[in-house]
Design a protein around this ligand. Structure first.
Ligand code: AMP
Length: 546
């Protein structure tokens, strides 16, 4: 017997309709690349998203067609989030920080006919245009007065398109499983692969994101979205914010600590999300500029951090300097992205400060709607005892079933489990602790050494700014860890000092065989340590220095 309840499709257009109707006056604050402010509301974003939908029809974008964006976090990008997907087209957010050839590959692979771009990306557009035969129109995200002098065929002006478009538009009643947006993984090896989100997966992920034990977003929040809108849908925050009526602060490309602090203070930000590198820089600046910090002027409650592990020092400094709780999250482009969040349980009500930090260092517990398991090398399920180390597998309503155009072949098993490539433990309370990527784990004498764990400890050394640990070939042990560090300016500890610091914190056989100092560590376009480059650079290091 079936239940007798209605079934309405879960559509992205319903999010913006809701935000416009019930939270229409909540502000969307943006900063452009020059730092100028723009203030709008959910009502205005919704109205202009309808103009976007009409404009897409006017320039011949077919339903289901992928529409690319090369843009920072700003209100026009947000309008495209809703206008493109709401109208049954597919929003393809391209990461402009990738190598130009990767951008070319991605735009071509997605068969993008129209590319919306921020004028600051005009040089990139000019460089790419001759190599993108399928692109038939380039829309600059600005008004007529700010049009870039870019030599491409069919250059269009966003504000002119919107001015010419009717404000009347009825969102189509799409199938909730229709494609809504597309985002390519930033894989460090091989070509990027496309993850094609559906309306249903996006709306369900937004419900999860708002939940109290996830980000706990509400109509009383003002969220600073430091994570780029081109990275896994800005972690889904633009959708979740519309669902609950939160205000958004979209910082554009100015992500320096001073700008971030100014926005947090001036805009009354209550939640802020970004990768640990951003927070590391921000906290270092606050420490060096104590006179700039007036806690009575801040409303910040939470920062949420993901993409790479949140270091202990970052968690502690947010607590001690700002009285802010860092919510550590884990996920992937392939998982929309949120899967786990390190929120405390009722049993932690009396936890000491130290116990709480230990909890926050973990990647967290799975949210309802997605499932995790831990699998050993032979494919056997491993216990959740906090000790067994295996690969994390994930399945659920906002997890990939396959890559766009079938790239990579069958990527989930017959029961829907997707191999994340992340190595972890899960403790009896369900908290996941990532220990490595499968490809980064250090295999020494038949045992695994966690590069992430050593990196986390190393960055708690007062002189170390950032650390990377990589496997180096070793004649006896197969692989041994090499610690590569970037020091804070003006600090000069010796190798032995760093090793002594680690010696009572990790097992003897985990101790790095050497420490090298570098001016800066290489990162991927999404802020992860680029270990492939480090492995190349330090190949054979122990043979020479060991
Ligand atoms: P991306 O698809 O670019 O978002 O990258 C996903 C990968 O980032 C995951 O598979 C992890 O390896 C890594 N990652 C994401 N969140 C965390 C975290 N909280 N701690 C450690 N690694 C993370």
């Amino acid at each position: 017997m079936f239940g007798l309840m209605q079934q309405r499709p879960l559509l992205i257009s319903s999010l913006i309709d809701y935000a416009a109707t019930w939270h229409g006056d909540r502000e969307i604050v943006s900063r452009d690349p020059e730092g100028a402010f723009h203030r709008t509301t959910w009502a205005s974003v919704a109205a202009r998203a309808k103009r976007v939908a009409n404009a897409l029809e006017a320039i011949g974008v077919e339903p289901g067609e992928r529409v690319a964006t090369l843009a920072w976090n700003g209100y026009r990008h947000l309008e495209l989030y809703y206008g493109v997907s709401g109208a049954g087209r597919v929003l393809h957010t391209v990461n402009p920080r990738l190598f130009p050839d990767q951008v070319r590959y991605i735009v071509h692979h997605a068969e993008n006919g129209i590319v919306f771009f921020d004028p600051v990306f005009a040089p990139l557009v000019e460089q790419l245009a001759p190599h993108l035969p399928l692109v038939r129109g380039w829309v600059a995200l600005c008004d007529r007065t700010a049009m870039p002098a870019v030599k491409v065929d069919n250059l269009l002006c966003y504000e002119d398109l919107l001015a010419a478009a009717s404000p009347d538009y009825d969102w189509p009643l799409l199938d909730e499983n229709a494609a809504a947006s597309l985002c390519y993984t930033s894989g460090t090896t091989g070509n990027p692969k496309g993850v094609l989100y559906s309306h249903r997966s996006t709306v369900l992920h937004a419900f999860c994101t708002c939940a109290a034990d996830c980000l706990g977003l509400s109509a009383r929040d003002t969220i600073l979205v430091v994570v780029p809108l081109f990275h896994a849908n800005g972690w889904g925050v633009p959708y979740a914010a519309a669902m609950c009526g939160a205000s958004l602060v979209l910082p554009g490309p100015k992500l320096d600590p001073e700008s971030i602090h100014m926005l947090i203070e001036q805009e009354g930000v209550t939640q802020a999300g970004g990768i640990p590198t951003i927070w590391l820089n921000y906290l270092a600046w606050l420490e060096n500029n104590p006179s700039r910090l007036d806690r009575s002027r801040l409303r910040l409650k939470h920062v949420f951090s993901g993409g790479t592990a949140a270091p202990r020092a970052t968690i502690e400094k947010f607590r001690d300097l700002l009285g802010v709780f860092l919510l550590h999250a884990w996920g992937m482009t392939e998982t929309s992205p949120i899967v786990t969040i390190a929120s405390p349980l009722e049993k932690h009500a009396d936890a000491t400060r130290e116990q709480l930090v230990t909890l926050q260092l973990k990647q967290g517990r799975e949210m309802y709607g997605v499932e995790l398991k831990l699998v050993g090398p032979d494919g056997q399920d491993l216990p959740h005892d906090g000790k067994a180390v295996g690969e994390l597998k994930v399945r659920g309503n906002w997890v990939i079933s396959g890559y766009f155009k079938g790239e990579g072949g069958q990527v989930v098993d017959k029961d829907g489990w997707f191999g994340t490539g992340d190595v972890a433990t899960i403790n009896p309370d369900g908290y996941v602790q990532l220990t490595d990527r499968l490809k980064d784990v250090i295999k020494s004498g038949g045992e695994w050494i966690s590069s992430i764990e050593i990196e986390n400890l190393a960055v708690s050394h007062p002189d170390i700014f950032e650390a990377a640990v990589i496997a180096i070939e070793h004649p006896v042990w197969a692989e041994r860890p090499l610690l590569i560090v970037q020091l804070k300016p003006g600090h000069e500890p010796g190798k032995q000092d760093i090793l002594d610091f680690l010696s009572d914190k990790i097992a003897k056989w985990w101790m790095p065989d050497d420490v090298v100092f570098v001016d800066s560590l290489p990162h991927t376009a999404t802020g992860k340590l680029l270990k492939t480059e480090l492995r190349e650079r330090f190949h054979g290091h122990l043979a020479v220095h060991g």
